[in-house]
Design a protein around this ligand. Structure first.
Ligand code: GLA
Length: 376
């Protein structure tokens, strides 16, 4: 009799849990969290999202960083397809190149680390030759975000003080990561400010769809949905021109292996040391647009990237040199590729580019979806 009572209460509990899953949430996605060490700013946690197919995305609150993403190959074998580390200590080492991190306030470069807004010139920190890169010396990637579990995901929030890295206005940034049972990982950004300031947030995951981070990404097949890109100068600042990709090694409107043309005799490839440029996405609306796809032919793993953002920085790991951390996991030359969906680099100094200025009362809102797929 007693077991029957137990059983009945369990059935009731299960029913209550099922009812508690809110409409629209992916019932199969489990979310868990645990402590992951400390920085001077405070404790860091890891959040794991796991769906019904075993796809698992893990994020740490340091840098709101994607530390691992386990994706199936064509036989269902799961492997981690993003570069990252297994301990916080390795992320804290100097020179770690933004593996999986949320970069901001301004992803990519601002020329001479300077811009003028409403008649006032702001001097930012230089951390990339004469320029500022990915938010400055201590950008959003090096801060501890506050996290909260939500259905099928995690919400991370960061407050950046007025004057942080030279930028005006107190900014509240929010990144929401959600997984579903279709193997889509959604990244949502919302930002508000107390004074006008440039905002450009991007995730800086390095993908290697082989699941083996010692294999270069040169055999990965890439398409980019763009007729034009923004050519750069010697310090990787856009010249302001929107150059047609037709007839150049930047034409990825049909699939090409990354390695097929990366060594071509081309001035822009020389300046980028490979691909490290922003493509101007072919947008038909302000909503989601396909940005890029990448497929790794041997495993069949494929990734589709959709976004509301106007551009994508396609970076082929040309600065990777096998020694960013010196603490264990060390990733060699071109073993990761990035699709950083974002606004165009140096927009605050290019009035002809889509504006990146956020004003009080407005909400910066962008979304990127990473769809894990397999091809036969
Ligand atoms: C971005 C830049 C690259 C490089 C990496 C980080 O993708 O465009 O030039 O700085 O980040 O190493």
């Amino acid at each position: 009799m007693r077991w029957l009572v137990h059983l009945r209460s369990e059935v009731l509990l299960i029913t209550a849990l099922a009812v508690a899953v809110p409409f629209g949430a992916s019932a199969g996605v489990q979310v868990s969290s645990s402590p992951w060490g400390h920085t001077k700013e405070g404790p860091v946690e890891i959040y794991k999202l796991t769906n019904a197919h075993g796809v698992e995305a893990s994020f740490i609150t340091y840098g709101a960083t994607l530390v691992s993403l386990k994706a199936p190959d064509r036989s269902g074998q799961l492997k981690n397809i993003v570069l990252g580390f297994d301990s916080l200590e390795k992320y804290l080492a100097p020179g770690v190149p933004y593996y999986g991190a949320t970069v901001g306030r301004y992803a990519n470069r601002i020329a001479k680390a300077r811009f003028t807004l409403e008649g006032k010139t702001y001097q930012l920190a230089t951390n990339d030759g004469p320029n500022t890169l990915h938010g400055g010396k201590r950008g959003f990637d090096k801060r501890v975000w506050k996290a909260e579990q939500i259905p099928s995901g995690v919400k991370m929030t960061l407050v950046s003080a007025d004057g942080d890295e030279g930028y005006p206005g107190e900014v509240t940034a929010q990144v929401v990561y959600k997984l579903d049972d279709k193997n889509d990982l959604e990244i949502d950004y919302h930002v508000t400010t107390t004074a006008p300031t440039p905002i450009n947030l991007a995730n800086h995951a390095y993908f290697n769809l082989t699941g083996d981070p010692t294999i270069p990404i040169l055999d990965h097949l890439v398409t980019i949905n763009a007729d034009r890109f923004t050519p750069v100068d010697a310090t990787l600042i856009p010249t302001g021109e929107l150059q047609p990709v037709a007839g150049t090694p930047f034409d990825f409107r049909t699939a090409h292996a990354i390695g097929a043309r990366i060594g071509a005799d081309d001035e822009q490839l020389r300046l980028g040391r490979g691909y490290d440029h922003n493509w101007v996405l072919n947008k038909t609306s302000s909503g989601m647009t396909l940005a890029a796809t990448v497929t790794e032919p041997k495993s069949g793993r494929s990734l589709e990237v959709r976004t509301t953002q106007p551009g994508v920085q396609f970076y082929t790991g040309n600065f990777m040199d096998g020694k960013p951390s010196g603490l264990g996991s060390v990733y060699p030359y071109r073993t990761g590729l990035c699709f950083e969906t974002q606004h165009f680099p140096d927009s605050p100094n290019h009035p002809s580019f889509p504006s990146t200025i956020l004003r009080p009362g407005e909400v910066y809102s962008q979304k990127t979806v990473l769809s894990l797929r397999v091809v036969k």
